[in-house]
Design a protein. Structure first.
Length: 203
């Protein structure tokens, strides 16, 4: 998992509330066994017309937001089913941070374990960012996990809270496997003792 410290990037406004995980990654794509390659299916039903062509009215298809790494959304983002694929799709597409007033609890955990920083700001602050991202060309934000701030270089600044343990994992780029491997030497020593004890018992 890539460490996250400070990110300055183009922001994409998704001015919708209650975006659920089936909208983030529709159920027909959950049969894939890989954890990669989901980016092309992110918001699939919104990105495509009934004929399958890209919908020019949807934000991800707007050339103004090409290369965005920060997503701004309405409250209750990623509600619905608990599929971890939603975090995989956002990450694979290139989003490193999502800003919203509230997030679904299970998604909040899944996103952190996949290197995505979730920033909870007030509805008023999010509304201001959405407005800026819609109206200011090449609107960029800086998300600093170290300082726990969001700034835009135009006078906007907001602090956000983050769990200390999740912050540590994101800063160090540690998912669950990475956390376990920090104790690799101790695990190897335990296995060696376990194997030796089993051999002596068998003998």
């Amino acid at each position: 998992m890539e460490p996250f410290r400070t990110l300055t990037a183009l922001a994409l406004p998704l001015d919708r509330t209650n975006v659920d995980t089936d909208q983030i990654i529709p159920k027909q794509f959950l049969k894939r066994i890989e954890r990669t390659g989901y980016g092309e299916f992110l918001f699939f039903d919104w990105r495509r017309t009934a004929s399958g062509d890209p919908d020019p009215s949807f934000e991800l298809n707007d050339p103004r937001y090409k290369g965005s790494k920060i997503l701004i959304a309405g409250k209750n983002f990623a509600c619905g089913s608990s599929r971890e694929h939603a975090a995989w799709a956002l990450s694979d597409y290139g989003f490193r941070a999502v800003i919203a007033p509230t997030f679904a609890d299970i998604f909040f955990s899944n996103a952190g374990k996949n290197g995505i920083v979730l920033v909870r700001l007030s509805e008023e602050q999010v509304a201001a960012l959405l407005s800026n991202a819609k109206t200011i060309p090449n609107y960029q934000l800086t998300v600093s996990l170290e300082a726990q701030t969001v700034t835009d270089g135009r006078g906007f600044i907001a602090k956000f809270e983050v769990d200390p343990f999740r912050k540590f994992c994101l800063l160090e780029g540690l998912d669950d496997i990475g956390l376990t491997l920090r104790h690799e030497a101790a695990l190897d020593a335990f296995e060696a003792r376990h194997d030796e004890a089993g051999w002596l018992k068998a003998k």
